[in-house]
Design a protein around this ligand. Structure first.
Ligand SMILES: [Zn+2]
Length: 293
């Protein structure tokens, strides 16, 4: 049996708030109090989490006191620098900006600040995932080999983050390095035929509540170990208090039938390869596109 607690892991989806946000909200009494790197370092050590991916929200008010996408990127870069080797971080999108400003901000954050990918959260920004606004972001990411993580926890068929909309994006951008967060929730079947990774953050406890362990195991197997990413959404896992998230995940995964090798892929190797495959520089991206044309 695989022991998921002691297995070396990358948590591919967590939230840490910058110190300036914590300082500005000293009386906050909710799960976000736990989104603190001092506290999280302890959790990493206890649970053999080597690295974690910090996701922004597409809502700059939550990740900065400057309330701009640039302020969010500065905070994310500072977090990475402050905890060397422990964090990856994805660039943010502020839908109030023009698409040209958005792509420019992402480009600068990745080239200058060394952020690792792009997070798109249609439900926070209100921007439909397969809308024209997002096309230049996908274009840019596809050209440069930058991973894009899309929040998908839809409630209805035509939700802004509906899985069938993501399938349409994947069809238009077949070489995009795409991660669907929360597995598209209960619309996961739409994602089976497309070339994407899925992260099990927030949704795993919900699947187990609704389907039980054995059926959840079968759903994960439909995707296969090479497409799954261990991820929790710590500290905001919807139905679990922050202190119980990791133990719940380990207990559930320990009961599933993944081999040691598959567990290593899900827990660590898939995320490592997404995040550490060389991204193309601006010039490489341009050359590649000219070659294709
Ligand atoms: Zn999240």
């Amino acid at each position: 049996m695989v022991d998921w607690k002691s297995l070396k892991k990358i948590d591919a989806h967590i939230h840490i708030l910058p110190d300036e946000v914590h300082k500005a909200n000293p009386d906050a009494d909710d799960v976000w109090e736990y989104a603190d790197m001092q506290k999280y370092q302890q959790i990493m050590a206890e649970n053999n989490i080597e690295k974690a991916v910090v996701m922004p929200f597409n809502d700059p008010c939550l990740m900065s006191m400057g309330f701009t996408v640039h302020a969010v990127h500065r905070n994310l870069c500072a977090l990475k620098k402050c905890y060397p080797g422990q964090l990856y971080a994805y660039a943010d999108v502020d839908g109030r900006n023009s698409i040209a400003e958005t792509v420019d901000a992402i480009c600068r954050a990745i080239d200058d600040g060394l952020l690792d990918g792009i997070k798109i959260h249609p439900n926070n920004s209100g921007i439909v995932i397969d809308s024209d606004y997002n096309r230049p972001i996908f274009d840019f990411a596809q050209q440069r080999g930058i991973p894009v993580a899309i929040h998908s926890y839809p409630n209805t068929d035509d939700d802004v983050s509906a899985a069938r909309r993501i399938a349409r994006v994947a069809e238009r951008f077949p070489n995009l390095r795409l991660i669907v967060c929360h597995m598209g929730a209960f619309q996961w079947e739409w994602l089976l035929p497309i070339g994407c990774y899925v992260d099990i953050s927030a949704i795993l406890p919900e699947y187990i509540r609704v389907y039980g362990i054995s059926k959840t195991n079968k759903i994960l197997r439909r995707f296969g170990a090479e497409r799954l990413l261990f991820a929790t959404d710590y500290p905001d896992s919807r139905i679990l208090p922050p202190q119980q998230i990791y133990d719940f995940y380990f207990d559930a995964l320990n009961q599933m039938d993944f081999t040691e090798k598959e567990a290593r892929q899900i827990a660590y190797e898939n995320a490592k390869s997404i995040l550490e495959t060389k991204k193309l520089s601006m010039q490489d991206g341009v050359n590649k596109m000219t070659q294709i044309r």
